[in-house]
Design a binder for this molecule. Structure first.
Ligand SMILES: [Zn+2]
Length: 138
């Protein structure tokens, strides 16, 4: 069986690809009830801070800043998932021995190899470095 996948660049087994991440990190305001310790004294008994507990369960916390973290990671092809009209390319993080994450590209990302969050996969290391440097200037 021959599978035709039109991607921005060749997808090969046992080749190292380079992923430039675009992680949004939300910076929260310090908790004004417990000073970020998570604990508080109510009637002389230690208990969980009511405000942080609320935040933890989905209350909208006070975001004071959003930072973007761009990292250059190494990935290799791990699996190709094919179901009826859907093809997915699953890559595995091989940046170091502690890496364990996987990253999926969907059919609609194949032209650009950029996903919804702006994570971009590169065939060549130098192109990825160029991208990281460009993002650092912003
Ligand atoms: Zn708190």
């Amino acid at each position: 069986m021959v599978i035709e996948i039109n991607t921005k660049f060749p997808i090969e087994w046992n080749k190292t690809y380079y992923l430039v991440t675009n992680e949004k990190i939300e910076i929260y305001k310090k908790c004004d009830v417990c000073n970020d310790t998570g604990l508080t004294n109510i009637e002389d008994e230690k208990s969980y801070c009511p405000k942080c507990v609320v935040d933890f369960f989905g209350y909208n916390p006070d975001i004071i800043d959003i930072k973007i973290k761009n990292e250059l990671l190494k990935f290799c092809l791990y699996n190709i998932s094919i179901e009826e009209n859907d093809i997915r390319l699953i890559f595995k993080d091989i940046t170091n021995e502690h890496s364990y994450s996987f990253f999926t590209f969907y059919k609609e990302d194949f032209n650009t190899m950029i996903n919804n969050d702006g994570y971009q996969l590169f065939y060549n290391y130098n192109d990825a470095v160029e991208k990281i440097n460009e993002l650092a200037k912003k």
